[in-house]
Design a protein around this ligand. Structure first.
Ligand code: C2O
Ligand code: CU
Ligand code: CU
Length: 486
């Protein structure tokens, strides 16, 4: 965690000069030296996964209830927000072409709703419609129809009621959605790792965010894997595990590393790479997911989230950086007899590539932060093209079926992970450098003071939806716009 003076510095210098861009699209980083952890905590409880619910005969019907209740987190009895009594909520396993029915009862004291992050489904009516309000004590029946060619991969669900998103996600409301592969990739076992962060006070109640926390984006003191602190995962040498990793943190970036093990990245978000890549590290911005194969090697390894800088104070007050500390997330213990090796992962069929497509329209979105300025009362402003979210204003109208090129410009000294609902984005350029492979993501990090160019095909679904910063405090502060595809 950054200390308070750094946070102060960041606020004072929010619109200052001299921000340092953090390189790369935040995708894959190669070798870097690793600082030892300050405190190497002893391995905790055996790794536990959320309850799994799987579709059968093309349908999965789920009842979810959100509520504030006593749960066990990191081995302590605390009061948190939960879906069906768990943190995370149940994992939903579906396939392309399935129908997912979710009946959500809002047992909170604030309004809420549900968003299926990354799923390519309709944003209308009772599908993935973030304009729905479910009042406290009321229920709503969602129905999501996945197209027959829906991309396999790891997705997630969380509340999306503007103004309450950061509090509700930070409080514990999230769960995994897996769209299974048409043809399974051979692995010994599959694990879902929902990574989140949270802070409790001494009475076991979730700490409220300060105005300063909201400006930078709150980070929790505890970083959890499936609600556990540093759980223990065991395997035998040679086993291949499929890890579905979700960054469900409200604002924290996860710079993941698992030294001593072989990591093969199949893709990020819904974007499966043409061929699997061996990696040392994976960086997940808030909202991103990784589909990883881990080939076990004898020895005990620690899954860590390394220090990650996501902004600076802009040159003021000594020019501090804003970054999260190193954290041990889980322990992976590999011992026993060797298992026969697995075959290499076959290449995918060529994914869609819009780089040579004809673009119908080009537009720029400018993400900016500033001081609210005494008049408006607020401490900060978080804007897209100088506007904050207005539920009655359509910011962007696009033609259904068209291909657009968007220039995403970040003028602030903090990174903004930009998310578009329904239609994934292909990253084509980072600070004027073309991207050399086909990369599709639904959250694209725009490093401080830099520009990323993406292309989007507005196919299959029309209707109103949103794009926003996935630092959820920024989204609640208004860094969100409405898009209408028609
Ligand atoms: Cu993960 Cu609009 O959200
Ligand atoms: Cu989303
Ligand atoms: Cu942001």
């Amino acid at each position: 965690m950054a200390d308070i003076s750094r946070r102060n510095a960041l606020i004072l210098g929010g619109v200052g000069i001299g921000g340092v861009a953090i390189g790369g699209t935040g995708l894959l980083v190669n070798h870097q030296s690793v600082r030892p952890l300050a405190s190497e905590s002893a391995s905790g409880a055996i790794f536990v996964q959320p309850t799994e619910l799987r579709s059968s005969n093309g349908v999965l019907s789920v009842a979810l209830e959100s509520s504030s209740q006593h749960v066990s987190i990191a081995g302590k009895d605390v009061r948190a927000l939960s879906y069906n009594g768990g943190v995370p909520g149940p994992t939903l396993r579906v396939r392309a072409g399935d129908i997912l029915n979710v009946s959500l009862r809002n047992g909170l004291t604030d309004p809420s709703n549900l968003h299926v992050h990354g799923l390519h489904v309709s944003p209308k009516n009772n599908s993935d419609n973030v304009f729905v309000t479910i009042k406290a004590g009321e229920s709503f029946d969602y129905q999501y129809e996945l197209p027959d060619n829906h991309a396999p991969g790891v997705y997630w669900y969380h509340p999306h009621h503007h103004g309450f998103v950061a509090d509700q996600v930070f409080g514990g409301l999230y769960g995994a959605i897996i769209v299974e592969d048409p043809e399974e990739i051979p692995a010994t076992r599959e694990r879902v790792l929902v990574i989140s962060d949270i802070t409790f006070d001494s009475s076991g109640t979730i700490s409220a965010a300060t105005e300063m926390d909201k400006m930078t984006g709150r980070e929790g003191e505890l970083v959890l894997v499936n609600g556990q602190r540093d759980p223990l995962l065991s395997a035998s040498p040679g086993e291949r595990e499929r890890w579905r990793v979700i960054n469900a943190c409200t604002s924290r970036y996860l710079h993941l590393r698992l030294d001593g093990q072989q990591l093969t990245l199949l893709g990020i978000d819904s974007g499966r790479f043409e061929s699997a890549r061996n990696v040392d590290e994976v960086v997940l911005a808030p909202g991103n997911r990784a589909d990883l194969l881990v080939t076990a090697r004898a020895g005990t390894s620690t899954l860590r989230a390394l220090r990650y800088e996501r902004g600076t104070s802009g040159g003021m007050m000594g020019g501090g950086t804003f970054s999260s500390a190193d954290v041990a997330l889980a322990t992976f213990a590999v011992a026993g007899a060797d298992t026969a090796a697995f075959a290499a992962v076959p290449d995918q069929l060529s994914p869609t590539d819009l780089r040579s497509s004809t673009v119908t329209a080009r537009r720029e979105l400018v993400f900016a932060m500033g001081m609210g300025g005494g008049m408006n009362g607020g401490m900060m402003s978080a804007t897209i093209n100088d506007r904050t979210f207005d539920a009655t204003h359509v910011n962007t109208t696009v033609q259904f079926g068209s291909i657009e090129e968007w220039t995403l410009t970040n003028t602030s000294t903090l990174d903004h992970p930009v998310h578009l609902h329904v239609w994934p984005m292909q990253i084509i350029e980072q600070d004027d450098r073309p991207v050399e492979s086909v990369i599709w993501q639904d959250v694209v990090n725009i490093p401080a003071r830099s520009t990323v160019r993406v292309r989007v095909k507005f196919d299959d679904f029309s209707g109103r939806s949103v794009y926003h910063c996935h630092i959820l405090d920024h989204e609640d502060a208004g860094m969100m716009g409405i898009i209408d595809a028609r």
